[in-house]
Design a protein around this ligand. Sequence first.
Ligand code: AMP
Length: 395
Amino acid sequence: MAKKTIASVDVAGKKVLVRVDFNVPLDENGKITDDRRIRMALPTIKSVLERGGKLILMSHLGRPKDAPDPKFTLKPAAERLAELLPGTKVEFATDTVGEDAVAKVAALTDGSVVVLENLRFQPGEKKGLEDFAAKLASFADVYVNDAFGTCHRTDASMVAVPKLMEGKPRVCGFLVEKEIKYLTDAISNPQRPFVAILGGAKVSDKIMVIKNLLGICDKVLIGGAMAYTFSLATGGKVGKSLVEPDKVDLAKELIAEGGDKLVLPVDVHCGDAFSADCNKVVVASGQIPDDYEGLDIGPETSKKYAEIVKDAKTVVWNGPMGVSEMPPFDAGTRAVADAIAGSGAISIIGGGDSAAAIQKLGYADKVSHVSTGGGASLEMLEGKKFVAVELLDEA
Ligand code: AMP
C-alpha cells in the first residue's frame, strides 16, 4: 500500500521532524569521506525548506556506546549540510533532546534548519524508550521518515516517536518513497521475465531472500562463494573454497524447491591462494582441485547469466559473483553489471559490493534504482514488513 509523502503535507510555518540517515563515513580527523547520504536526503530537506517549514533533522552516526562521544558527533554532517544549502540557516544542537536542542528548536524560523546531536548518544534510542521518544515528539507538528537504511530497526526515532505523534501527519520522505517503490511495488507486481541474481560470501545471509524470490521470480541466478555450498549439496568437489557445511541441507532444500528456477554456475574461476597473482584455473562446477579455491564464476557462467539477464524485464541484483575487489576475480561481477546496464529492464541493485560495482563501472544512470540500505534492502527482499514504515500514513 502506498504511503503518504512529505509532498502532500502543508509544512508552511510548521515544525517538521525528519529522521534522516546521516551515518556518513569519517576519517580519523573527523572529516567526511563520502557525503552521499547527506546529498540523498536533500530532495526531502529542500521540499520542506522551500515551502517555509521549520526543519529538525535527527540521525545516528556510527556506534557510540549510548553516551556522548566526540568521535561520533554529527557536527561535521551539519556543517556539510550548510555547505550544500547556501543561504539557509543551519544550526547544530550540541545535545539531542537537552537544553541546547530545546532552545534551538524553539528559535527556528521558517525555512531554517537545526540538526540534533547523534541520537545514539542517548540510551533511549536503541532501546526504543518512550520517555526519550516523547521529548523528540514534542518538538514537532509533522514526522517524516527518510532514513531507509534504518527502516528495518525499531529504534525510538523510527517507531516510538511516530507512534507518539499519532494524529499529526506521519509520512515518508522521497528517499524512502523511492526505496519502497522499487523494493516492494516493482517486485510484488513485476514485469516478466523477472530475474534475481544473488551472490556474496554466505548463503546463510540470504536464505530468506532466496526463498522469497524463488516464490516470485522466473529465475534466481546464484554466484559468489555461496555457490560452493550449493555445489557441496549436489556432491561436488569444492577444494579450499569458502563454504558453509552446516548449510548444505538447506541448500539441498532450496535446490529441490527451486527446480529449474534456481540456476547455479556451470564453471568456476579458481586460484591456489586468495590473492590476485595466484595460479589460476577455470574448471567445471563441482570439480575444484583440492588445493584450489573458487574465487569467481567462470566465463561460461558469465555468458549464460548475461543471456538470461538480456531478456529480463525486471532484475534484482544483490551480492558480487566473486571476489570483486580483487581483479581478475571481478570479471563475473562486471559481466553481470554490463548485462544489467544493457538490458533495459527495471533494475534494482542492493548490497554494498554490487552497488559499488555499478558505480565504479559508471552504470549508476543505467539502472533504475541503487538501494541505499544494505540490511534494510535485504529484509525487504525477504518480503518482511517494517513497523517503521507500516505506521506511516496511507496515501
Ligand atoms: P556479501 O557481504 O555477502 O554480499 O559478500 C561480499 C563479499 O563476498 C565480498 O567481500 C567478496 O569478496 C566475497 N566473495 C564473493 N565471492 C567469493 C568467493 N568466491 N570466495 C571468497 N569470497 C567471496
